[in-house]
Write a protein that binds this ligand. Structure first.
Ligand code: GLN
Length: 306
C-alpha cells in the first residue's frame, strides 16, 4: 500500500505535542546535556529510494547505543558465528549498563546490545582490525553512503571521564577471560563508537540493507547474507531496548535500536528503514517521543512485522 508518509508524520507530531515536557536528556555523560531537548526529527527511506522526512531530520546527534548494531554487523561480517561463543543472544530484561547477570553467566554477556555485550564486540573488533577507529568509521560511511560522518571526541572524552561502570564491566569480564585486549583500549574504542554523530537521514540509509535481507537495495552491495541479516534483526527485536524491549515489540512491532542521544532506528523487512530523534528519555534510557511516534506510525500504517 502506498502511504503519504509525510502527511502521517505531521499528523502524529501534532498528536504527541502533549508529551513535549516528558523526560530528560541524558546527563550522566556531561557533554550530552547541552543538547536542545525539544529537537525532533524523522526520516524514512524505503527500499525503492523514496524519502520522507519531518522536522530536524538533517541535524546530527550522538547515536550512542545505536552504534552497537553497526559494530555487531562489522564483527559478525568479519568473524562469523564464532562471536556467539563470547556473547549471547538472549534478551536481558535488565538496564543497559547492568552488571548483575555477568556474575552467574561467567562473564558472557546476555546479548550484544547491553553495554557488556557491546564491550565484548569492541574487543573482538580490536583483535581483528588493524586500525579499528578508522575502519569502523569508513564502514559506517559506506553503509550510510555519506562521507560526512565523524566521531565527536568531546563526547567520547566526556564519557571516558565518567565511565566507571563501563570500566567495571570490562575488568569484570576480563577476570573471566572474555576480554583479550587492554581494558583501556577496549573502553576507548567503545566510547568513540558511541560518540559517532549522524542525522536521521543517514541513520535510516545505514539501516536500509537490514530491510532488504542484507543487501543494500540502492547499490546492490551485499553487506550481510540474508541469514545474518535475519539474525541481526532478531537481536534488535529482542534486545534493542533493554528492559523495555517487550514494550517496544508490543507497541511498535519492528526490530529497532535506541540510544541515549534520543535516537531510534527501526526497519520493516521488505519495505523501509526509519530513524526518529527526540532527546528526552524515559527512565529506561529510551526516547519518550520517538517511541510514541513509532507506536502511532506502525498503528496508522498497519506496517509492523506482526
Ligand atoms: N555510551 C553509552 C553508555 O555506555 C551508551 C548507552 C546507551 O545509549 N544506552 O552508557
Amino acid at each position: 500500500m502506498v502511504f503519504d508518509y509525510r502527511k502521517i508524520f505531521r499528523e502524529i507530531a501534532d498528536e504527541i505535542t502533549d508529551m513535549n515536557d516528558l523526560g530528560h536528556v541524558a546527563d550522566y555523560i556531561p557533554e550530552l546535556k547541552h543538547i536542545d531537548p525539544d529537537k525532533f526529527g524523522v526520516h524514512l527511506t524505503d527500499i525503492t529510494d523514496q524519502h520522507y522526512d519531518f522536522g530536524d531530520a538533517s541535524e546530527k546527534f550522538s547515536i550512542q547505543s545505536i552504534a552497537k548494531v553497526l559494530s555487531l554487523i562489522l564483527a559478525f561480517k568479519n568473524e562469523g558465528v564464532s562471536i556467539w561463543n563470547r556473547v549471547g543472544v538472549e534478551p536481558s530484561g535488565s538496564p543497559f549498563n547492568s552488571l548483575v547477570q555477568l556474575e552467574y553467566e561467567k562473564g558472557i554477556p546476555r546479548n550484544p546490545f547491553i553495554n557488556a555485550g557491546a564491550l565484548v564486540v569492541s574487543d573482538i573488533l580490536i583483535s581483528y582490525l588493524d586500525d579499528p577507529k578508522k575502519e569502523f568509521i569508513s564502514f559506517v560511511r559506506e553503509l550510510a553512503q555519506s562521507e560526512d560522518i565523524h566521531y565527536n571526541p568531546q563526547v567520547a572524552e566526556s564519557e571516558k571521564a565518567t565511565g566507571d561502570r563501563n570500566s567495571a564491566l570490562v575488568h569484570f569480564m576480563k577476570s573471566f577471560d572474555n576480554i583479550e585486549n587492554d581494558p583501556n583500549e577496549v573502553l576507548d574504542f567503545y566510547f568513540y563508537l558511541c560518540s559517532v554523530e549522524m542525522n536521521c537521514r543517514e541513520l535510516s540509509r545505514a539501516f536500509l540493507f537490514l530491510a532488504n535481507y542484507g543487501t543494500d537495495p540502492l547499490t546492490d552491495n551485499r553487506i550481510l547474507t540474508p541469514s545474518k541479516a535475519k539474525r541481526v534483526n532478531a537481536i534488535m527485536q529482542m534486545c534493542g531496548f533493554y528492559d523495555e524491549a517487550g514494550d517496544f515489540a508490543f507497541k511498535v512491532g519492528l526490530p529497532g535500536k535506541s540510544g541515549v542521544g534520543g535516537g531510534i532506528a527501526a526497519v520493516l523487512p521488505g519495505e523501509y528503514s526509519i530513524a526518529v530523534w527526540s532527546p528526552r528519555l524515559n527512565n529506561r534510557g529510551n526516547s519518550y517521543k520517538a517511541m510514541k511516534f513509532l507506536e502511532k506510525f506502525t498503528t496508522k500504517t498497519n506496517t509492523s512485522i506482526f
